[in-house]
Design a protein around this ligand. Structure first.
Ligand code: PHE
Length: 356
């Protein structure tokens, strides 16, 4: 019995996996195992012999069974440890960001502009990119013969012969949204309207599709002074500086009276565009006091209400802020350019967290 014990305890201790262990169990205590066979011998023994051999065999069987289950548990623990080691992951390591594409500078700037004007109480309005010539021109006091129509290099929608619907155009500016928003909510009103606009024009600072943001504030006593303050506040917040030099130039738009164009001081030196320095000026917006006829066309009584409007080039101010010298690159869809100038998808600009 001692030999058997030494043999099986040794083999069990040396077993490397669960199937070896199972083989050993069958060999030792299985139905035809060595110990089970010995137990069958008990019947042939004398009662005295049986009295010592019986309990001894039972004890041996118990010892081997518990050695088997202890070893089984140890093998299972080892297998679990092994698996945990293999699947180990350091959750304190910084994440590896997966490339999800980037936010185009135009989208980023539109968000920035919206955040700044929202803070000044402007809500966002929208209008269609394909609009009637009434909204794009007539309602804005640009009659059919007006030279502004020709100057705008308008894209007209094709019309089949016999089509009697009013002519449609790709909107040449966001100003039609002034009319649509006043029609919708009347006065007082304070909205901005960012969006795409179209003109047949193409060079370093002009593309046939570009972006504007319209601003409109109508109330009882809004003046040019309010316009100037709003624009200065905007420009300071947008460029994140205390001082930006703006130039207000007397101008003319059929839909505002008086009118002013606003330029911003900049430099093109060395092919990079920098704001706030140099001897160049880049025109960024047109503005003025909304013409009484425009208010009237939108159903707002000009003897009661007045206010300002402006239309700003989003692409222009994006070029200035991010030092992008050629507007055409915005619309080339060059992935290398987007990776360089784009913004992380989760970097949403807010006034409290920073705009850029
Ligand atoms: N719509 C004008 C343009 O596109 C800009 C503008 C808007 C001017 C509002 C005055 C008031 O050039």
């Amino acid at each position: 019995m001692n030999d058997l014990r030494d043999k099986y305890i040794g083999l069990i201790a040396a077993a490397g996996d669960e199937s070896t262990l199972e083989d050993l169990r069958v060999q030792a205590v299985g139905k035809k195992g060595e110990i089970s066979l010995l137990m069958r011998e008990l019947g042939k023994m004398s009662p005295e012999e049986r009295q010592t051999a019986g309990p001894a065999l039972n004890a041996l069987k118990d010892e081997i069974n518990s050695a088997l289950s202890a070893k089984k548990a140890a093998l299972e623990d080892a297998a679990l440890d092994e698996r945990l080691r293999g699947e180990w992951l350091d959750v304190t390591l910084p994440g590896r960001p997966r490339r999800m594409g980037t936010i185009h500078p135009i989208s980023q700037v539109t968000e920035e502009v919206t955040a700044i004007f929202a803070d000044m109480g402007f809500s966002v309005a929208e209008g269609p990119q394909i609009d009637t010539d009434w909204y794009n021109f007539d309602a804005l006091n640009i009659p059919g013969h007006h030279p502004a129509r020709a100057e705008m290099d308008t894209f007209y929608m094709h019309r089949a012969e016999g089509d009697n619907r009013p002519p449609h155009v790709l909107r040449t500016h966001t100003s039609p949204v002034q009319i649509r928003s006043m029609e919708k909510t009347g006065a007082p009103i304070r909205v901005i309207a960012p969006g795409r606009v179209y003109r047949a024009d193409y060079d370093q600072t002009h593309t046939p599709m570009f972006h504007q943001v319209e601003g409109l504030a109508i109330d009882k006593d809004i003046s040019m002074a309010n316009l100037k303050w709003v624009l200065e506040e905007f420009v300071k917040a947008y460029f994140e500086v205390d001082d930006v030099e703006l130039r207000f130039r007397a101008s003319h738009f059929p839909f505002t009276e008086p009118s002013a164009e606003v330029d911003i001081r900049c430099s093109w030196e060395g092919g990079t565009l920098k704001v706030g320095e140099g001897d160049d000026w880049l025109e960024i917006l047109g503005s003025g006091m909304v013409h009484p006829k425009v208010l009237q066309n939108a159903g707002v009584d000009p003897s009661e209400w007045q206010g300002f409007a402006f239309g700003m080039g989003i692409d222009r101010i994006a070029m200035l802020k991010y030092g992008i010298p050629d507007l055409r690159a915005f619309f080339d869809s060059d992935l290398r350019w987007l990776r360089h100038y784009g913004f992380a998808a989760l970097d949403v600009p807010t006034l409290h967290a920073g705009l850029s």
